[in-house]
Ligand binder design. Structure first.
Ligand code: ADE
Length: 332
């Protein structure tokens, strides 16, 4: 027994895993291993091994744990999908309207609730804690293209190249495409807009407007000097909403970029059953609807024009998209 290793019952730590105090008695004869002389320390230390019943419990508990883990992953995935679905702007075509579904409580997304302000920039509000009514509007950073066809708001028929990359029409493109299809806009409207886009001179692009930085002549207290940045903003107001072009600092590059926002007054939006939304705080995951109809179809042309004014790239993209819509409507 001198060079042997004694195998004993469980240590308390392991026994907790396998079941309280479960060990099994094994005769001493089976519990000694032959080890070389250099391992005398190990030789003298007892090793814990769970009993066969203990291992079975470990196996059962590990099984239960994997089921719980799997259920948790499924639940997280479902929540993630439901959240992504909620945040998505959806476009559906009715007989006489193109209806847009927008999320009301996605405060970090592309659709935000703001309170009107005299400077025109608006103040973001917490939708579920504010009585949303006449003073409020939705500021929607509308998109018009996407690099794949994975979104329900894509138009696969509108496919074009930008700097060698394939793009598909999305959101605004789909609204215009559907508006022409159901007759809210005519092909002549698009032809006229293409001509208007061509007439915008490069110096007029919002992106080429200088950003002014004013430095105050007087030095402020404690040696801090004040400087003020003036960022230009263009707004086109219509009776059913307004469209804005704002210059913003580029997020991942140097310089400024022109952003286009469609602003929809909250007293113009509808509930899922198509009725005007009553003033009140947003409910959890509330969605609202905005209809483009014959009455406000000209607003769509203003949105296209805003992109045309924003930058050379947006101007070219709009011309491509309108051209594609004309092509597809001619072949219908
Ligand atoms: N590109 C696509 N959508 C845009 C938007 N709303 N503003 C600026 N650039 C865009």
């Amino acid at each position: 027994m001198k060079n042997g290793l004694k195998i004993e019952s469980l240590t308390p730590a392991l026994s907790r895993l396998t079941g309280e105090g479960e060990s099994f008695a094994v005769s001493d004869e089976n519990l000694w291993l032959d080890l070389p002389d250099g391992h005398s320390q190990i030789r003298n230390r007892p090793i814990a091994v769970p009993s066969p019943i203990g291992w079975e419990r470990v196996r059962v508990r590990a099984g239960r744990l994997s089921i719980i883990l799997f259920a948790l992953i499924c639940l997280t995935f479902r929540t993630f999908c439901a959240d992504a679905e909620y945040k998505q702007v959806r476009i559906e075509t009715l007989t006489n309207a193109v209806r847009v579904r927008l999320p009301l409580t996605d405060v970090t997304g592309k659709v935000r609730v703001k309170e009107k302000s005299s400077d025109g920039f608006g103040l973001p509000v917490a939708p579920s804690k504010t009585i949303l009514g006449k003073k409020h509007y939705l500021e929607w950073q509308i998109g018009y293209d996407i690099p794949n066809t994975n979104s329900p708001s894509v138009v696969p028929e509108i496919k074009f190249l930008r700097n060698g990359e394939t793009k598909y029409g999305h959101e605004l493109s789909k609204i215009i495409f559907e508006a022409v299809r159901i007759g809210l806009l005519s092909t002549n409207d698009l032809v006229r807009e293409i001509e208007a886009l061509k007439k915008i001179r490069p110096t007029e692009f919002e992106e080429s407007q200088p950003v002014q930085v004013e430095t105050a002549t007087n030095t402020m207290t404690d040696g801090f000097q004040s400087t003020v940045q003036r960022l230009p903003q263009f707004t086109k107001t219509t009776p059913h909403g307004w469209v804005q072009i704002q210059l913003k600092q580029k997020q991942h590059a140097v310089g400024y970029q022109a952003m286009v926002y469609v602003c929809l007054p909250l007293d113009e939006v509808l509930t899922p059953d198509g009725l005007p939304r009553k003033a009140g705080p947003a409910k959890s995951k509330e969605t609202v609807y905005y209809d483009f109809t014959r009455e406000n179809a000209a607003f769509l042309l203003d949105i296209i024009h805003a992109f045309g004014l924003a930058s050379r790239q947006h101007n070219e993209d709009m011309a491509h998209i309108l051209g594609k819509i004309l092509e597809t409507s001619a072949s219908r």
